[in-house]
Design a protein around this ligand. Structure first.
Ligand code: PLP
Length: 489
């Protein structure tokens, strides 16, 4: 806004001030001295109090007390401005330069909106499916939405069976259980992932062995997997399963991984929690292992607020998963159990949300890919940003736009950029901290890609930028501009 339009001096009358307030929409005037040094703000309330104290409209603003208003200095962050406004219960703050002259007026409503990493994005039809569940009183786990959601997802991805569950974590846990993973067993898992990939191994009393990433896709290194399998064979510690994670919407390099696991006769569980909608050589990510899992948590590419799916070509696995996820009730008229079950089924209401979300999956994928492309294009002149690669065999959903920063410069680092963006109320996050660096998994074996672990480097230098498919153009532009300012500071 043009601040000269709300500038006023002490020689102005109360009438002038009221007339000016009436003409401008800000609700605040900037009172400066003759040498243009900012003194204080003037509001309707200030004038009202003078009038109540007996002043009249032809008196001048020299009656105003000379209290100093709170101001911001140039170089302020949004976060500082917002905290200062909250602390002083004001909605405006003048920014003053070194000479005390106002150069800008910051309005709360223009700066208080954060840009978040990835938020739920509802489509048009979710509410209809949910309403139908209410109308028919199917407020239960199981029901027509659950059946339909499973069928629709399986058809869309070209997989024979899908089982809707309460979370992606529950799906991984069930998959391990279906492969009879138990105490004394080893399970290999990608190290660069979210803890939910690995935790279920420990739920089953088995021991995780962590496998490094390769630089082309950031996912499991076939080279490191091969060494781990060879060492496993030599030491009689071959794994009961390999959990292959597909990170940030991109499939792992499945051909060599499947070839290795076939050679060593180890089943694959694909943790495709982040890669629903992605493909590897044209085939759905999540459809390469004996079982695959997806997550519909709130921040994932589509969401049921909380939920997951187990997919498999093998009907026996799907049947058993349905059985175990509903408390393992034997087919008897009375309640009879011959094994331990879980309460892992998805509710019919949430499956209704899932059905609506599934209809817009392709749209969400192309929106996220466009966000990634925009970052990449608009920031292409900053040569020390390296974008997460997309190998020729991959069609990534770009669930999160991820990049690494080349080391160099004085304080250029992923953590410094994340902090800088936080000051602008823009949420960026580090790359997942690899599991072999986590205190809780520090005793687990780890196999690196080469001499230097790739995942350590990605963690040290990487970050994820806001990527929600419902980001506005302004939010995207604001994020890009903030990164530019950081780069050129
Ligand atoms: C989100 C996520 C999970 C867990 O899914 P939930 O539905 O949250 O239980 C597992 N693995 C990865 C890689 C994830 O990103």
């Amino acid at each position: 806004m043009d601040i000269s339009k709300i500038a006023i001096g002490r020689d102005a009358t109360l009438h002038d001030a009221l007339a000016l307030l009436d003409r401008t929409a800000t609700g605040v005037l900037l009172l400066s001295s003759a040498d243009e040094r900012f003194e204080r703000t003037v509001t309707d309330g200030d004038i009202r109090r003078l009038l109540l104290d007996g002043a009249n409209l032809n008196d001048t603003l020299s009656l105003l007390s000379d209290r100093q208003s709170v101001t911001l200095q140039l170089g302020y962050t949004r976060r500082e401005a917002l905290l200062l406004m909250q602390a002083n219960v004001v909605n405006h703050l003048p920014v003053v330069d070194d000479n005390g002259k106002v150069v800008e007026l910051v309005e709360r409503s223009k700066i208080d909106q954060p840009v978040l990493l990835s938020t739920p994005h509802m489509g048009e039809s979710e509410i209809e499916f949910v309403t139908e569940a209410f109308r028919t009183n199917w407020i239960a786990p199981l029901g027509p939405n659950v059946d339909a959601f499973e069928i629709e997802l399986a058809e869309k991805l070209g997989i024979a069976n899908a089982v809707a569950l309460s979370s992606g974590t529950a799906a991984i846990h069930l998959a391990l259980r279906l492969l009879d993973v138990g105490p004394g067993d080893y399970v290999f898992c990608s190290t660069l992932t979210f803890a939910a990939s690995v935790n279920p191994i420990v739920y089953q009393g088995a021991e995780p062995v962590l496998i490094d990433s390769e630089p082309e896709s950031w996912n499991m290194s076939p080279q490191a997997l091969e060494r781990a399998l060879e060492v496993g064979r030599r030491e009689g510690k071959l794994p009961k399963a390999v959990i292959v994670v597909s990170l940030y919407g991109q499939s792992a390099d499945m051909d060599p991984i499947v070839e290795l696991c076939d050679r060593f006769d180890v089943p694959i569980i694909e943790d495709a929690a982040e890669s629903l909608g992605a493909t590897y050589k044209g085939k759905a990510s999540g459809s390469f292992g004996r079982m695959g899992i997806y997550s519909f948590n709130g921040n994932k590419i589509i969401t049921t607020s909380s939920g997951g799916m187990l997919v498999t070509e093998e009907k026996a696995f799907a049947d058993r998963a349905r059985f175990l996820s509903t408390q393992a009730r034997d087919p008897a008229p009375h309640y009879q159990h011959s094994t331990i079950g879980y309460n892992y089924r998805m509710s019919n209401i949430l499956a209704g949300v899932g059905r609506g979300q599934l209809k817009v999956l392709e749209q969400r994928v192309s929106e996220r890919r466009r966000i990634y492309e925009t970052y990449r294009k608009e920031l292409s002149d900053i040569e020390w940003i390296e974008w997460m690669p997309e190998p020729a065999w991959s069609y990534s959903t770009r669930w999160l736009s991820a990049c690494t920063l080349q080391q160099g410069g004085s304080n250029r680092s992923a953590s410094a950029l994340i902090q800088y963006l936080a000051g602008e109320l823009i949420e960026a996050r580090p790359i997942w901290k690899p599991m072999h660096l986590q205190p809780v998994f520090s005793d687990c074996s780890f196999f690196a890609h080469g001499n230097q672990p790739i995942s350590d480097r990605l963690f040290d230098t990487g970050l994820c930028l806001p990527s929600g498919s419902n980001m506005s153009e302004q939010q995207l532009e604001r994020t890009i501009n903030a990164i530019r300012r950081y780069a050129h500071a």
